[in-house]
Design a protein around this ligand. Structure first.
Ligand code: 5GP
Length: 197
């Protein structure tokens, strides 16, 4: 399981799309959210867009592996998403915030946590402004959340600076490939090699 976090505007979504296109057997975990869809977003593709009542009902039923309140909206990863992907033998990529990443790590210590950083605060703000999907107040909230989120970087296993998109994607792919080659993951799958890890 690969967990990726970044302040919004760090370019995480673009990096993730490129990585998912080029790495076989890596599936994307589609989160549930109470946030309304942005232009072009599709239900069941980008997110499962649900009402707050529905989200809270799922939360009470224990349907989420993790959940968090981010920018005044609820977001959560349904356990079902994880079991479906891992059951089909695929690795899974979770694009979630730092609160969610902590909950995942507490439950699944083998999860790989990756943090994407922008090259500077100025670049981050410029990227958020270019998006034009938020008003000035929402932008300020995202910038102040970004400053506190970045402090969590120490809890992550890997850091990718997204200055150049191609390089960020290459680094991400290298992490996935290296983790797939870990002795503790490879040896147990080799039936012919009768040695313990
Ligand atoms: P956005 O609204 O820009 O798509 O996402 C806002 C933030 O919510 C991002 O940092 C994103 O990673 C995070 N997020 C998306 N899905 C989930 C989820 O299922 N759980 C948690 N904890 N955070 C999520």
């Amino acid at each position: 399981m690969f967990v990726i976090s970044a302040p919004s505007g760090a370019g995480k979504t673009t990096v993730c799309h490129r990585v998912l296109e080029s790495i076989p057997d890596l599936a994307y975990s589609i989160s549930h959210t109470t946030r309304p869809p942005r232009y072009g977003e599709k239900d069941g593709v980008d997110y499962f867009f649900v009402s707050e009542d529905e989200f809270l009902r799922m939360r009470e039923s224990g349907d989420f592996l993790e959940w968090a309140l981010v920018h005044n909206n609820y977001y959560g990863t349904a356990k079902r998403q994880i079991s479906d992907c891992l059951g089909s033998g695929k690795d899974i990529l979770l694009d979630i915030d730092v609160q969610g990443a902590r909950q995942v790590r507490d439950q699944l210590s083998e999860a790989i946590l990756i943090f994407i950083l922008p090259p500077s605060w100025e670049v981050l703000e410029e990227r958020l402004r270019k998006r034009q999907s938020d008003d000035e107040e929402a932008l300020k909230l995202r910038m102040s959340n970004a400053r506190s989120e970045v402090r969590a970087v120490r809890e992550y296993d890997y850091v990718i600076i997204n200055d150049d998109l191609d390089e960020a994607v290459r680094n991400f792919k290298a992490i996935v490939q290296a983790e797939r080659c870990r002795r503790s993951r490879v040896i147990p799958s080799l039936n012919w090699l009768s040695i313990s890890v």
